[in-house]
Structure formats: structure tokens, C-alpha cells
Ligand binder design. Structure first.
Ligand code: F6P
Length: 550
């Protein structure tokens, strides 16, 4: 373990924030009456327009948060990440997802390796392969062009590609669809394979380690489905070669699985799974939207990287947003964080962010191995507006919990539709503007009374207000803007982890469950000795399963 993790709770800034929190009295109405206050907190990051003015933080809190960043040496940790230092200490690895989007003209040598050349070599191969599939030059074993690409992967090898595939729906090529199989619940493969024509289906097995139980099981299922359903005269070796490609850091295991490594696309151990959608893990997306749009996506990521790397602290959006999240988590008692895209195309974005943020920052020890004495990690969740308004917004408006929320919207709609004279996108955006205003201002008891509400209902119809939000807008949901949004949250996650002194790039917490599943498997299948070694609850649950299996 490396030393040098600062316990943030021992810093002067932390003490100052605690002092400020004790007497903190939110006044969003006052903040928003001051045009200068709002202007100072309306920031630009690449194409994103970010309004921080509806947060529960004035100049004193903001200054203390920036001081905290200084005291934990956040800038030098950021620079160490970009330089390729091994800041993932528990795995002794560099953390270089930012290198995946460096332009070919950049240079970065890490551990003796020309990282930029490697990245662009694989990108070039992935782009060429995608073009062959898109043009129909790459065919299935019976000579028919590919119509469906099935990505088999889980976690970071699934969530990013599927989220971006949905988000960039207007950029997809007609006649070429993607499906995604992730869960080891056989229902997933069962449903996704339904209706597919094996002759026109291409499988991409996406797994950083190529050792993930779910992915390898699903890959075997799909291989068997392919061979069982192709015309009987199809050669099985040729069929696998034409219908299976792989993306992995473990090309030896790809070969063991029977996939030709000529049809495999590599990446590197310095790309974390949840930071990998802009590596070859995005191959399904490259095929769906084409290399040019994928290159725009990468350029968007890079634009946000440059903002984070170079913008001064006061103007640095990921830094400011990450620090606000620390304020809410450690000083104002928030446990969760809502992400509310007013964009149906971003319906998988909250799910994507759950892995990014919670697998990164759900840690209880610092990178020097010491237990933390403060909360870490936020529970990220959300749904697109306006659906969420009719589901869980009640709790955000009037519940007892503090739920900081990020609202995301785009000036131009993906679909221009009118309801008579009304532009439906304007109706939609009116809701976006209204919600953050309602959360900030609330409605006082006197305002409720002035509407003629009966006295016994006044308290139920009062809104406390002072509910914090950040509004993020962009001209349109383009590939570049999507890349900027994802990189924004990657860097927010980095900032929080750096303040907390934790290794945001390992994920040991997922291992125990995997190990126990392997140990329990024989008991589930009827091994009474293994069953007898289990605790009473586990035995009882497995017995219930066995009695009802049929
Ligand atoms: O179990 C968690 C995890 O390791 C994630 O971090 C990762 O994204 C996912 O599993 C899939 O891993 P792989 O790409 O190696 O199959």
C-alpha cells in the first residue's frame, strides 16, 4: 500500500465545514433573487451549461470546500491520474481511461508503453471491422449480411454500451440492431435470442477479464444456440469464426474459448471495467452508430477531460460538483443523489452511473488501508423526467430526506412533435424548469392560504423548498455531448474519491458474493454435505428451492 492518504476529517477545512454546517440556514430564495450570485455559479464545461446556483452553498461553504480540495492535494492526484501513475494502489495499476480518448497526435508513455499508439491501433481495427459489418462486407457463415449484433457482457462490459446505444438511437444505422445479454438469469438470453436469425446474428463477447461467470456462461449458451440453429451443412469452426468476436484484455483466454484472436480487440489493465465503454468494449456501439459518431463521442470525453485537467478550481465543473456532493454527504447528511435526465434517450443513464459511482466510491478504507471515520459513496439513482415526477418526486419535494438532484436537459429535441399548436418539447422543458424552481422555492403556508386552501390542509400542501439541484443543459444530445456528460460524472466520482482518500478504481467488494456462489453451487445441485455446512438460513432457503423446483 502507498502511504500519503490524508484523513480529510483531520483537516482545517473539514473542521470549518463542520462549523458552517452547524449553523447553516439554507436560503435558496435569497440566492436566486441575486442575479450576480446566479451568474457566478453558471459555468461552462465544453458544451455543457451548468447552473450550480440552486445548491445549498454560499461563498463561505464554497471557499471551505476548495480549501479541502487543497488540503487533500486533489490537484496533484488528478495530475497523477492523467500522467499514468499507479493511483489504483490495491491493484498496483495506472488509471488511464482518459488516454482512451486522447487524439492520435498526443503522446503518453506509461510503464514504457506508447499508450496513444496502442489505443489508436485498436481503434483503427475496431473501426475497420465495424465498417465491414455496416457495409455488409462481413457476412455470416452462409453469406448473409449481419442484421443483429448481440453484445454479451456484464457490468462495465454492458452498462456503457447499452446506455449509449439507447442514448444515440437517432444516430443508428437502419437495418442493424443491437441486443444486450448480461444477466446469468437464463431469462435474459432466452428473451434476447428470441426471434433472431442465426445466419444474420453476430455475437460480441465483451469481458475485460474473460473470466466472468455470467459472460462466459452466456457466451457458451449463444454458441450452442448458433450451432444448433444454423443450417446443418454449416461448418462449425467457420460459423464461430464468422459469428463470434471478442473484446478483452485477456486474449489468451479468448483463444481458449475458441474465438480467433484475429477477431479479438484488446484493451489494457489500466482501463477499469466501469470506465471502459470508450475502449473496444464499445464495439457494439461503433457498429451501431459508425466510427465517425464514435469518434465524436471520444472527442466529447476528451473535451471534458481537458476542462477537468486545466480549468481553474472556481470554474472547474467536475471539481465543484464533486465537492458539493462531499458537502451534502459529510456535512448535511444526504445519503442518496438523484440524476434526473429530461431526455427519454438517457433512460439507462442513471443505471450506468450507479456502477460508475457506487462501484468506485463504495469503500470503507482509505488507500493506505486505514478505515475511514466518515461516510463515503452516494447512492445514485434516477429515472427520466417527467416519468419520475409521477413516481418518486413527492419524496424529494416534501419528504424528510435531503436528496440533492442533478437535472439534465437539451435545448433541441431528438424528435420534433407537435400537439396541435403546442411544441411538445417546450411542454417537456417547462417541466424541467418548473421542477428545480419548485424544489428551490417551495410554497410557504401563507402562500398556500392565499390560494384559499382550507386551514386544516395548509400544512399538507406546504412545500418546504430549499431542496438543492444542479441543472445541466446542452444544445442537443449528440455523441460529443454524451461523451462530455459521461466524463463529467467520471471526474465527479474521482473528486469525491480523492477527498475521501479511497481507491476509486478497485472493486474488491464484489468478490465475496462471487466466491460464495461457487461454493454454494454444489449444495444447490443436491450435495447434502455442502448443504449441511451452511448456516441455518441458507440451508432453509436452498431447501425451499429444492422442494419447489419441480
Ligand atoms: O464484478 C464486478 C466487475 O468486475 C465489474 O467491475 C466489471 O465491469 C464486471 O464485473 C465485468 O467484468 P468483465 O468485463 O471482466 O467481464
Amino acid at each position: 500500500m502507498t502511504s500519503g492518504a490524508v484523513d480529510p476529517s483531520t483537516t482545517a477545512a473539514w473542521a470549518e465545514l463542520a462549523r458552517l454546517a452547524e449553523s447553516y440556514s439554507p436560503d435558496l430564495r435569497g440566492q436566486l433573487a441575486d442575479a450576480g450570485f446566479v451568474a457566478d455559479r453558471t459555468l461552462a464545461a465544453a458544451d455543457l451549461h451548468v447552473d450550480l446556483s440552486k445548491n445549498l452553498a454560499g461563498p463561505e461553504v464554497e471557499a471551505a470546500l476548495l480549501a479541502l480540495a487543497d488540503e487533500v492535494s486533489l490537484v496533484s492526484r488528478r495530475d497523477a491520474m492523467f500522467a499514468g501513475d499507479h493511483i489504483n494502489v490495491t491493484e498496483d495499476r495506472a488509471v488511464l481511461h482518459t488516454a482512451l480518448r486522447l487524439p492520435a497526435s498526443a503522446s503518453l508513455t506509461v510503464d514504457g508503453q506508447d499508450v496513444v499508439a496502442d489505443v489508436h491501433d485498436v481503434l483503427g481495427r475496431a473501426y475497420a471491422f465495424a465498417e465491414r459489418v455496416r457495409s455488409g462486407e462481413w457476412t455470416g457463415v452462409t453469406g448473409r449480411r449481419i442484421e443483429t449484433v448481440v453484445n454479451i457482457g456484464i457490468g462495465g462490459s454492458d452498462l456503457g454500451p447499452v446506455m449509449a446505444y439507447e442514448a444515440l438511437e437517432p444516430y443508428r444505422q437502419d437495418g442493424l440492431a443491437c441486443r444486450f445479454i448480461s444477466n446469468i438469469d437464463p431469462t435474459d438470453a432466452g428473451q434476447e435470442l428470441k426471434g433472431l436469425d442465426p445466419e444474420t446474428t453476430l455475437f460480441i463477447v465483451s469481458s475485460k477479464t474473460f473470466g466472468t461467470l455470467e459472460t462466459l456462461t452466456n457466451a457458451r449458451l449463444c454458441k450452442a444456440w448458433l450451432l444448433d440453429n444454423l443450417p446443418s451443412d454449416a461448418d462449425s469452426g467457420a460459423a464461430v469464426a464468422q459469428h463470434f468476436v471478442a473484446v478483452s484484455t485477456a486474449l489468451d483466454k479468448v483463444a481458449d474459448f475458441g474465438i480467433d484472436t484475429d477477431n479479438a480487440f484488446g484493451f489494457w489493465d489500466w482501463v477499469g471495467g466501469r470506465y471502459s465503454m470508450d475502449s473496444a468494449i464499445g464495439l457494439s456501439l461503433v457498429i451501431a452508430v459508425g466510427p465517425d459518431h464514435f469518434a465524436d463521442l471520444l472527442a466529447g470525453f476528451h473535451a471534458m477531460d481537458e476542462h477537468f485537467r486545466t480549468a481553474p478550481a472556481e470554474a472547474n465543473v467536475p471539481l465543484r460538483m464533486g465537492l458539493l456532493n462531499v458537502w451534502y454527504t459529510n456535512f448535511l447528511g444526504a445519503h442518496t443523489h438523484a440524476v434526473l435526465p429530461y431526455a427519454q434517450l438517457l433512460h439507462r443513464f442513471p443505471a450506468y452511473l450507479q456502477q460508475l459511482t457506487m462501484e468506485s466510491n463504495g469503500k470503507g478504507v482509505r488507500w493506505d488501508g486505514e478505515a475511514v471515520g466518515y461516510d463515503t459513496g452516494e447512492v445514485f439513482w434516477g429515472e427520466p423526467g417527467t416519468n419520475g415526477q409521477h413516481a418518486f418526486y413527492q419524496l424529494i419535494h416534501q419528504g424528510t430526506r435531503l436528496v440533492p438532484a442533478d437535472f439534465i436537459a437539451f435545448a433541441r429535441p431528438a424528435y420534433e412533435l407537435r400537439d396541435g399548436d403546442a411544441d411538445v418539447h417546450e411542454l417537456f422543458l417547462a417541466n424541467f424548469f418548473a421542477q428545480t424552481k419548485a424544489l428551490a422555492f417551495g410554497k410557504t403556508a401563507d402562500e398556500v392560504r392565499a390560494e384559499g386552501v382550507a386551514e386544516e390542509l395548509v400544512s399538507a400542501r406546504t412545500f418546504p423548498g430549499n431542496r438543492p439541484t444542479t441543472s445541466i443543459m446542452a444544445p442537443a444530445l449528440t455523441p460529443s455531448v454524451l461523451g462530455q456528460l459521461i466524463a463529467l460524472y467520471e471526474h465527479i466520482t474521482f473528486v469525491e474519491g480523492a477527498v475521501w482518500g479511497i481507491d476509486s478504481f478497485d472493486q474488491w467488494g464484489v468478490e465475496l458474493g462471487k466466491q460464495l456462489a461457487q461454493e454454494l453451487r454444489p449444495a444447490v445441485s443436491g450435495d447434502t454435505d455442502v448443504l449441511a455446512q451452511q448456516d441455518a438460513s441458507t440451508q432453509s432457503l436452498i431447501r425451499y428451492y429444492q422442494e419447489h423446483r419441480g
